[in-house]
Ligand binder design. Structure first.
Ligand code: PEP
Ligand code: MG
Length: 324
């Protein structure tokens, strides 16, 4: 089994009926890029930059630029999607100025934090645009709840480019801009926002948390954490359909993208771009290489009709076991 897995390092992810699936990596620190490259990951689909901050505290534009530029270079010219700070919520730092909040996960988190502390955000935007000069960099905003927020972020990105120009620094201004689809409010208007951005990345961890109203780290309600809940399937379906209609890419970067059990569901829904922890890549390739799209489509159709979570989970286990 281990031998079969390691053979998959150089293999492409392709279903038995010939559908190519792109597999990228989720990383938190630059050191993980080597592992990603070793498994022939096709790029970084999610760089969780908040870990730079959580590790070092308030960090200058220059120092952020150095870290991000190194990430771009380490990544062998593959695309790299840099997500702006997803600070707040449970990802808080001692050195971070932060108000007391009763319910921080619903509060000043991610892009909301960045838009409140605009100078702090600007430093990051400028560091990203400077790093983009060295490779295929895309930028992505977390926890977007509506179109206004994206427009403000895009405006700030333009301002950052203007400032870099007047400072005579090397940068690339016109990089692809995407959003994390991880709040139900955004998942339900992807037909509108698809015209405003270049790509979607589905953050299923938060999408499930906020849709089902369960803290993703709370063991008492963990039993309710169901990626196959019909509400989630309906949203996942809508997101990819709207992306296709608008001609933009929608990838999945939440944990389900790297979980063998849920990969057939994502394939059946139409997703062909997955981003996962590098440690999940080989197993994911193994699953994908055994699948046929037709049966994944049929599986999704059946899951959508399951009234009870238990039945959906059973169906999924039977499906996966048949391919093992
Ligand atoms: C997600 O919410 O699915 C996601 C990928 O972002 P994070 O886990 O960093 O919140
Ligand atoms: Mg998230």
């Amino acid at each position: 089994y281990i031998e079969e897995l390691s053979k998959l390092k150089d293999a492409e992810a392709k279903t038995r009926d010939g559908e190519r699936v792109t597999i990228c990596s989720n990383i938190e620190i630059n050191e993980e890029i080597n592992i990603a490259c070793e498994y022939n990951s096709e790029g970084i689909g999610l760089y969780r930059t908040e870990y730079i901050y959580l590790d070092k505290g308030d960090i200058s534009e220059e120092d952020q630029f150095e870290i991000l530029k190194n990430a771009v270079l380490l990544n062998n010219f593959n695309p790299i999607t840099i997500r702006t700070f997803d600070l707040g919520g449970e990802k808080l730092s001692d050195v971070l100025p932060h108000p007391e909040e009763v319910n921080p996960v619903m509060g000043l988190r991610a892009v909301r934090y960045s838009l409140r502390f605009k100078e702090f955000f600007k430093k990051q935007l400028k560091a990203i645009l400077r790093a983009a000069y060295y490779g295929d960099v895309r930028i992505m905003f977390p926890m977007i709840s509506g179109i206004e927020e994206v427009n403000i972020c895009k405006e700030m990105l333009r301002e950052s480019a203007e400032e870099l120009k007047s400072e005579n620094k090397n940068f690339k201004g016109d990089i692809p801009v995407g959003v994390m689809v991880e709040l139900p409010s955004l998942a339900l208007i992807t037909h509108l926002i698809a015209r405003e951005v270049d790509f979607f990345s589905v953050g299923s961890n938060d999408l499930i948390q906020y849709t089902l109203g369960i803290d993703r780290n709370n063991e008492y309600v963990a039993y309710l954490y169901r990626p196959t809940h019909p509400s989630i399937l309906i949203m996942l379906d809508k997101i990819i359909t709207d992306a296709k209609n608008a001609g933009i890419e929608a990838s999945v970067c939440g944990e389900i993208a790297g979980e063998p059990k849920y990969i057939p569901v994502l394939l059946g829904l139409g997703y062909r771009n997955l981003s996962m922890s590098p440690a999940s890549i080989l197993k994911a390739k193994m699953v994908i290489n055994r699948m046929e799209i037709d049966s994944c489509v049929k599986l999704v159709r059946e899951l959508k009709e399951c009234k009870y979570a238990r039945l959906a989970e059973e169906k999924l286990s039977n499906f996966i076991n048949a391919y093992a």
